[in-house]
Ligand binder design. Structure first.
Ligand SMILES: Cc1cc2nc3c(=O)[nH]c(=O)nc-3n(C[C@H](O)[C@H](O)[C@H](O)COP(=O)(O)O)c2cc1C
Length: 185
């Protein structure tokens, strides 16, 4: 983190990292389009977070969460999964997509983004483990593309996922006793 801060302040970050930061500064809305790999984003995207969201530049102790660098900007994950939607339903074998996406959503909020509910396109499995016939699969892909395209037209009007913020926490970072969702024994 010390190295990241020093390189940011000296303008000495790798060119491709500077380029990615400039693109983030320019954007009002950032769409992360990725396939679910091993219940998470692919490692290359995890690496993008590690390298691009630099300490001292895009976050610091006092610039995090709802005081984060990117506050006022929106971010959304558009995720494709191989497993079909039923497998992600309660008791489903594929688990809970909300839990799988919690780390990436938390990281986006950490740097200040308003995080929109994810666009999850289930059952995008053209090869490997097949769940239906090719023609049915092709038709479903077109339907899912149309759903996503329709949502894109009104994305800016959506309310973000509600997270708690600095005003909700005490000095230890715990939800204040007075907070409405604080569990009390
Ligand atoms: C390395 C790897 C890991 C994967 N892990 C998952 C997984 O955990 N859950 C799932 O539903 N699909 C998984 N899949 C299937 C992909 O999500 C699916 O193939 C992808 O979303 C299709 O989009 P694409 O054509 O853009 O790759 C995995 C695929 C690969 C190659």
């Amino acid at each position: 983190m010390t190295e990241q801060r020093a390189h940011y302040e000296r303008g000495a970050l790798p060119t491709e990292v500077q380029h990615e930061i400039a693109r983030l500064e320019w954007a009002d809305l950032v769409i992360f389009q990725f396939p679910l790999w091993w219940h998470a984003q692919p490692a290359i995207l995890k690496g993008w977070f590690d390298r691009v969201l630099v300490y001292g530049g895009l976050y610091s102790g006092s610039r995090r969460y709802n005081r984060g660098h990117f506050r006022g900007k929106k971010a959304i994950c558009s995720v494709t999964t191989g497993s079909p939607e039923q497998a992600f339903m309660p008791f489903g074998r594929a688990g809970n997509i909300v839990e799988w996406l919690w780390p990436i959503h938390s990281s986006l909020y950490y740097v200040g983004f308003d995080v929109l509910a994810p666009q999850v396109s289930y059952g995008i499995q053209g090869g490997g483990i097949l769940y239906q016939k090719e023609a049915v699969f092709r038709k479903q892909i077109e339907e899912k593309k149309a759903i996503w395209a329709a949502r894109l037209t009104t994305l800016f009007e959506e309310s973000p996922i509600p997270f708690t913020g600095w005003e909700d926490w005490d000095e230890d970072g715990l939800l204040k006793q007075s907070h409405p969702i604080r569990w009390r024994p």
